[in-house]
Design a protein. Structure first.
Length: 227
């Protein structure tokens, strides 16, 4: 049985759905909202929150002023999904009681080939705290990459440092995308309602599109560690 990750929001959302869309199938509601039936089903089961873009469409369609507030509250109450919510400025103590600044290493790998099917929440305490890499620009997390689609620039097993993009996305640059269907590392371009994901290994890996509505966050590549 699936665990309901957002019980309060799920109860609120299903009650709202029943009130605003009585006797309307999930398929029809999803079409109205410009999303998939699968995404809507996950929201009603409490295993997924709507993205900001989808939340705005729901609020507008159903004329609900506090809808975004309810989504934000649910996110804050969730078991921290590191790539979206965690605030990684923490410290650890050595045996000599010397305080060293650290950053979290995420216990997941970004796929450099296709979506990694990673969609579970990650607790901040599950992250290994690593000493800050001083010669890098400011960053939020490090994580490993896998696959060969980003060769020759990146190799499977490389550890990358990433910084959350709050306002500006630099198209044509390398980003980690946190999506509903997984975590992926690609060079990205704007394609209207989608993001075009481009590999450096063009011969083996064609471009593909990821809908913006299933993307939770963009994280810019800022540094590389290769052993």
């Amino acid at each position: 049985m699936e665990e309901v990750r957002f019980p309060k929001f799920t109860e609120y959302f299903n009650r709202l759905l029943e009130e605003k869309e009585p006797r309307v199938s999930q398929k029809e509601v999803a079409k109205k909202l410009g999303t998939t039936q699968g995404t809507l089903s996950k929201i009603t089961r409490g295993v997924l929150l709507p993205s900001d873009e989808l939340s705005e469409r729901m609020a507008k369609l159903w004329n609900v002023d506090n809808f975004m507030e309810m989504v934000t509250e649910a996110r804050r109450g969730d078991a921290l999904k590191v790539l979206r919510n965690a605030k990684p400025k923490q410290e650890v103590k050595t045996e000599d009681v010397i305080k060293l600044p650290t950053k979290p290493r995420l216990p997941v790998s970004a796929s450099a080939g296709s979506l990694s099917q990673y969609s579970q929440g990650v607790l901040l305490e599950q992250c290994e705290q690593m000493p800050i890499i001083r010669n890098f620009p400011d960053y939020d997390y490090t994580m490993f990459i896998k696959g060969n689609s980003m060769e020759p620039k990146y190799e499977s097993g490389d550890e990358i440092a990433i910084k959350k993009a709050e306002f500006v996305i630099e198209w044509g640059k390398d980003y980690v995308l946190d999506t509903e269907d997984g975590v992926i590392f690609k060079k990205i371009y704007d394609e209207g309602a989608n993001i075009r994901c481009v590999s450096y290994n063009h011969d083996e890996y064609p471009d593909f599109l990821v809908p913006k509505e299933i993307i939770f966050g963009f994280y810019k590549f800022v540094g590389l560690v290769r052993v």
